[in-house]
Design a protein around this ligand. Structure first.
Ligand code: HEC
Length: 207
């Protein structure tokens, strides 16, 4: 092979190599433009679902009982009460079981209805300073031992707020004179636009 021929071949190989490199650099730069977009997008989704899950689980949000009790489904509450019937009867004059009969419990003093049930000292002490109103019952049904430490009620609690509200509406109905429903709280400044929207919708329907 002559030197000239060798140079030509070497040059061609070198040229091809440079071409491949150039394409590689170009492809790299194109690829790099897209890369940050993808992970950023994914992270956003992960954070979104994460914070939404956390919002559901953290902190008790006490409902406005003046609004939710009149709207509650008493029949649904009676179904939820099936979780309690192994220990409680609900009808007037019903027998005490592992737990006391629950007729007329809303508005009563805890451990204070003269049911003849052998209450724990913890519930008796709680009854000195509390009444079974919407707030205390809502807290007790979520976590009996959290609201009344030392209570003999061996029940883990109802996690779902709507189940507790329906159950409380049912318990409230088990009384010759059910306790009054509080007046709904005035609308907060923030949800005002929503209330206006509802009004506007109601007006539209009325027309
Ligand atoms: C494993 C049995 C058991 C289950 C299940 C149970 N309870 Fe009880 N409950 C008791 C006992 C025992 C007491 C008495 C607690 C004490 O003396 O500390 C009690 C007390 C109560 C009281 C207070 C009564 C009063 O006179 O002050 C209420 C209200 C109550 N239970 C509601 C419920 C509801 C509603 C459910 C169903 C979601 C339920 N319980 C499920 C055993 C149970």
């Amino acid at each position: 092979m002559s030197d000239l021929k060798f140079n030509k071949i070497f040059g061609a190989v070198l040229g091809a190599g440079l071409g491949v490199m150039a394409v590689g650099i170009l492809a790299d730069s194109l690829y790099h433009v897209e890369q940050p977009d993808t992970p950023g997008f994914m992270v956003e989704i992960a954070e979104d679902s994460g914070s939404a899950g956390a919002a559901q689980d953290t902190g008790p949000i006490i409902p406005d009982f003046g609004t939710v009790i009149p709207a509650a489904d008493i029949a649904a509450g009676e179904k939820v009460a099936k979780k309690c019937v192994s220990c409680h009867s609900f009808e007037q004059g019903g027998a005490n079981k592992t737990g006391p009969n629950l007729w007329g419990v809303m508005g009563a003093k805890p451990a204070g209805r003269g049911t003849g049930f052998g209450y724990s000292d913890a519930l008796k002490a709680y009854g000195e300073t509390h009444v079974w109103d919407y707030e205390t019952m809502y807290a007790f049904l979520e976590n009996p031992k959290g609201e009344v430490p030392g209570t003999a009620m061996a029940y883990a609690g109802l996690r779902k707020s709507d189940q507790r509200v329906a159950l409380i509406a049912y318990l409230r109905s088990l009384d010759a004179n059910p306790i009054p429903v509080p007046a709904p709280k005035p609308a907060e400044p923030e949800p005002a636009p929503e209330a206006e929207g509802e009004e506007a919708a109601a007006e539209t329907v009325a027309e």
